[in-house]
Write a protein that binds this ligand. Structure first.
Ligand SMILES: [Mg+2]
Length: 305
């Protein structure tokens, strides 16, 4: 079983003696996996992304530089730091390695203390970078993705599904009478309410690819890739029901004695030339309709999904 608390190092080295040495030296401090070939390294990295990769340049199948280029071309692995290991000594190799996307370059024979110190540094830098990325992508109050991340994901899924011809659905939702809630329970109370609504919405999602984000204020959005209209309406209704069943008291609400949400859904098959914002616009119109028809309900429109 991999130790989830230890950072993991993928060692790619075809020389058995050196590989065994690296495993022994690094195994005490990190979770270590090893590969003998470039193809095996790519496969193992894709199965589960390591936190850092030590990559020999001279491998029996793919050149280490090529392995690095392929890792950097994979959006899921491009952020993993690659440290090259090589016995070669020319400065040109070093430049090749760094141009291929390597972060560092370590010459054989390996000095274990130096190697460990360098790995520690790179892991620490990566941790800091990951944390900055996380902060930039999430909403501080609810820990959901923020609007910018949602817009990025929407663009990406729109392009992907325009290629595959599969439907994309979005939901826009809004806490009913939230201004009255804040007036009545204070902004601290409002914050707790939004956190609970966010968790309920996440819990109502049905697939790993589905995403809920905070769009702003008391507004949330969901992205449901490869979801047909009926499926989108089922998720919309599940979110509505999940929030209602929390029964968060809301004595000032004109809809119910507890907190409710209204949800607008829209589903389409993306077209490459069309702006994905048009789908959000449709969902927003449905949200508006749900509000004007009495709130605490989901309404949707199907544009061909
Ligand atoms: Mg080698």
């Amino acid at each position: 079983m991999p130790d989830q608390n230890k950072p993991s190092v993928l060692i790619v080295e075809d020389d058995g003696t050196i590989q065994a040495l690296l495993v022994a030296v690094l195994g005490g401090e990190w979770e270590v996996r090893a590969a003998n070939t470039g193809e095996a390294a790519l496969r193992q990295a894709a199965e589960r992304a390591p936190d850092i990769i030590l990559l020999d340049i001279g491998l029996p199948d793919l050149d280490g530089l090529e392995v690095c280029r392929r890792l950097k071309a994979n959006p899921r692995l491009e952020q993993v730091p690659v440290v090259f290991l090589t016995a070669r000594t020319s400065g040109e190799d070093e430049i090749d390695g760094l141009q291929a996307g390597g972060i560092d370059y370590i010459m054989k024979p390996i000095n274990p203390a130096v190697l460990k110190a360098r790995i520690r540094n790179h892991l620490e830098l990566k941790q800091n970078r990951d944390e900055l990325v996380r902060l930039a992508r999430t909403d501080g109050l609810t820990s959901l993705y923020n609007r910018r991340t949602f817009d990025d994901l929407l663009q990406r899924e729109w392009r992907r599904l325009a290629r595959t011809g599969e439907p994309l659905a979005v939901l826009m939702m809004d806490v009913d009478h939230f201004k009255l809630y804040n007036d009545n329970y204070g902004h601290g109370g409002g914050d707790v309410c939004l956190q609970r609504v966010a968790r309920a919405a996440i819990g109502a999602l049905q697939r790993p690819a589905d995403v809920v984000a905070r769009y702003g204020g008391e507004e949330f959005v969901a992205l449901l890739p490869e979801t047909k209209f009926e499926g989108a309406m089922a998720v919309a209704e599940a979110i509505r029901a999940a929030v209602a069943s929390l029964e968060i008291p809301h004595t000032a609400s004109k809809t119910a004695p507890y907190v409710t949400v209204s949800v607008g859904a829209a589903c389409t098959i993306p077209l490459p030339d069309k702006d994905p914002a048009s789908l959000l616009e449709l969902a927003d119109q449905q949200l508006y309709a749900a509000k004007s028809e009495g709130r605490n309900r989901a309404k949707g429109v199907n544009e061909g999904g």
